[in-house]
Design a protein around this ligand. Structure first.
Ligand code: PHE
Length: 468
């Protein structure tokens, strides 16, 4: 295998790498998940801590992942194995690649079901179902959908087929084309929604919720029961914010590493990563600014959970001029955002199968896709026949458990080990040569990757464990 390119191909330019990695980063995490977890965890302080995690943990680890991928030029499993060898580390580092593959399967299994909701909403907006709909009407449309396992299964299956098709076609033909036009279109439509929320929603209340920090909410969950306010200590908001920093940037499981392995040698890693991280954060904040003004204007609760955008945005589309068109466009773009993320979730596994099992991309994509489809049944049923307590563990459904386990535990742990490898195992001259940064930038990165990022991840974990 050549030192300089991967057997799977290479992005045609640095811009294509940025678009593909941004396509992976920007997804349901930004538009569907960020608003609802910000809502569940009290808003402002949560958002601030999330931004802190992006800056101090996410960006340095993303630089590390791209660097390792580009140096190794293979699937994450084989990259970790070969880098461990050349940097005199233990062969056990390959386990990090395996853990990433497992996390990718589990994440895609529920990601695909939620993407299925978005697909269903494309059909509903095109048909004009939301025209003139009230908050109650929109809510019952959502409930009807998730309570019907057959419909969820059909949409989940369709989305998995879409993923397999693109992954089978490979790096250039499959992935590059889609992201070029769709990313800018998504951004433009989000701006339209924010403008709508500014004129028609409770804009200042929404913004205050999103950006005014109430630090108590990071540590305590308070309820007023019978006129008495009760507060319990909780480590959850912090671990959810940190977990989401990993999730939204696609870190800790090899997706960014495998995309880095297709990056041309001459491109700057630091600059590309900054662009991706800023774009990703911008999309999440815009989504929040579009959604919360609508939540408050319509008397909805910010903490309703995973249905949040599906119960708010249709109200806006239902009443704005041209709403049927904008609504359809929005959900189409949401599907594309999910699609470009989903393919990066299975690319590490597919690349490994092609390298080690000598099979073609198409067969590898089908094998992985069918496995993930099957695991996805757990999430499909979480919203209907398995929603009852009999099917819950720690008060969580299969979907809740998968989400919690992957975002809040597997990705941060994966990221922690990536940081330790890049900062402590990899020799300084190797990382300095691969990153080719200005000396002071490299110096800052090295402090962040060796000390700040690992310690912050460990601290947030310990804080949560103490609460148990
Ligand atoms: N970053 C994607 C999103 O925000 C999800 C994702 C996680 C993709 C991990 C790849 C790897 O939707």
């Amino acid at each position: 295998m050549s030192e300089h390119t991967s057997i799977h191909g290479q992005w045609s330019s640095r811009l294509m790498f940025i678009l593909a990695a941004a396509g992976s980063a920007v997804g349901l995490g930004n538009i569907w998940k960020f608003p609802y977890i910000a809502g569940e965890n009290g808003g402002g302080a949560f958002v601030l801590f999330y931004l802190l995690c992006i800056a101090l943990v996410g960006i340095p680890i993303m630089i590390a992942e791209v660097m390792l991928g580009r140096k190794g030029r293979q699937s994450p499993i084989n990259t970790m194995r070969s880098l461990a060898r050349s940097e005199n580390g233990s062969p056990l580092w390959a386990l990090l690649g395996w853990a990433g593959v497992a996390a990718g399967f589990l994440i895609l299994s529920y990601y695909s079901v939620i993407a299925g909701w978005a697909l269903a909403y494309v059909a509903r907006s095109v048909a004009g179902v939301f025209n003139g709909a009230t908050a109650d009407g929109v809510q019952s449309i959502f409930t009807d959908l998730v309570q019907d396992p057959e419909r969820l299964l059909a949409w989940h299956s369709l989305f998995m087929v879409m993923c397999m098709l693109v992954v089978a076609r490979g790096v250039r033909h499959g992935l590059e084309r889609a992201v070029r036009i769709l990313m800018p279109a998504l951004l433009a439509l989000l701006v339209v929604l924010v403008v709508y929320a500014f004129f028609e929603g409770a804009f200042s209340t929404g913004l205050a919720f999103l950006f005014q920090p109430d630090f108590e909410k990071l540590f305590f969950r308070c309820e007023t029961i019978g006129g008495v306010r009760q507060c319990d200590f909780t480590g959850d908001p912090m671990i959810v914010a940190m977990g989401h920093a990993f999730f939204t940037l696609s870190l800790g499981m090899g997706a960014i590493m495998v995309y880095g392995s297709y990056m041309p040698k001459s491109s700057s890693i630091g600059g590309s990563v900054m662009t991706i991280a800023i774009l990703d954060t911008l999309v999440a904040l815009l989504a929040g600014m579009a959604i919360f003004p609508l939540v408050f204007a319509n008397g909805l609760a910010p903490g309703v959970g995973p249905g949040l955008i599906f119960q708010t945005l249709p109200i806006a589309f239902g009443s704005m001029p041209g709403g049927q068109l904008f609504g359809s466009l929005f959900f189409i773009l949401l599907v594309f955002a999910a699609w470009t993320s989903a393919i990066s979730l299975i690319e590490p596994a597919v690349a490994w199968l092609v390298e080690n099992r000598q099979i073609g991309r198409a067969r590898a994509a089908i094998m992985v896709g069918v496995t993930v489809w099957f695991i996805g049944l757990g999430t499909v049923f979480s919203f209907n026949i398995w929603s009852g307590e009999a099917y819950q563990l720690f008060g969580k459904t299969v979907f809740d458990l998968l989400d919690y386990l992957t975002s809040n535990i597997m990705l941060p742990l994966g990221g922690l080990f990536i940081a330790l490898f890049a900062g402590w195992v990899m020799q300084q001259p190797s990382s300095a040569a691969e990153l080719a940064m200005k000396p002071w930038v490299y110096g800052v990165w090295r402090v962040l990757i060796r000390y700040v990022a690992p310690l912050l991840v460990i601290a947030v974990f310990l804080n949560r464990i103490e609460v148990f």
